[in-house]
Write a new protein. Sequence first.
Length: 391
Amino acid sequence: MTVESTAARKPRRSAGTKRTSASKTSGTSGAGPELVQLLTPEGKRVKNAEYDKYVADVTPDELRGLYRDMVLTRRFDAEATALQRQGELGLWASLLGQEAAQIGSGRALRDDDYVFPTYREHGVAWCRGVDPTNLLGMFRGVNNGGWDPNSNNFHLYTIVIGSQTLHATGYAMGVAMDGADSAVIAYFGDGASSQGDVAESFTFSAVYNAPVVFFCQNNQWAISEPTEKQTRVPLYQRAQGYGFPGVRVDGNDVLACLAVTKWALERARSGDGPTLVEAYTYRMGAHTTSDDPTKYRADEEREAWEAKDPILRLRAHLESANHADEGFFAELEAESEALGRRVREAVRAMPDPDHFAIFENVYADGHALVDEERAQFAAYQASFADAEGGK
């Protein structure tokens, strides 16, 4: 499965499906002149007086590293989607199209920074050194997360929409009280931006000058709800009402995402408080594998954004600048396929969980009600054995 073929995957439209959202088919709605961009969709490097300094020291080797990160993240994501379709996972939330936002911001972080993800940040997890196979245990139903958050400063995935922004704010307040110079970053989507938890996070982080970066991946669709049904202004402008800066960055430009996130993290570490970064990107696939985007989204819109594919954009830049040759791309393709095989084998080898593990760690010192529920569940499980023995 090549990078290009993965990027060009087109969800099928069933016969007679109505095309909707004609006002958004250009793929540029709301982008505006305030969009920070360092690489055009054609891969041309453009100057930016404010943010160039944050990527001035990026070497060709590091650019190739960013490309590798995006390619391998996409390959992992494609394999996870295929595994779900084949009944190996219960559900999967794809990041297809959002690789630049995640890899750019993820590579801006220091080891001592702390990340609070939602459930689609597979690229950020990759940057934090979380084994991709560990991301799949929860979606297979064999564990409640799969990794120790403190080993990589990467919290467990959060399914409740927007609640991780409050967790991040509280953690950042603690960081400030401890006198540390690290930063915290919270990831969420445009849909989560309408949640009350996010508004409360903005309030508390501003009042307490918390060292937190709110990184909103605006992929323009909260499941089937377009962004214009949630807000009358660009999302980044909401920060003004809380008293801290917001910036909109081209979320398909990995270099711009790297630069803007570095800037925001430096503000946080320097004691200047929170920042809202809106990465303006696009979800090229479904919201999750239980969703059919062809029922609410026009093909023309998706096709327009496929022309801005973040991986193809960086590849064009690498080739035009003579930073990568065919040998590099061929070697990466082989590595990509090897990753896909490893993920598939690891998922199928995951052992079933202990049926009684759900009752552990509910209370620190135990609880009578939990003990009662455990006993009832044990009796229920034993009934199956009794039924089998009676045959």
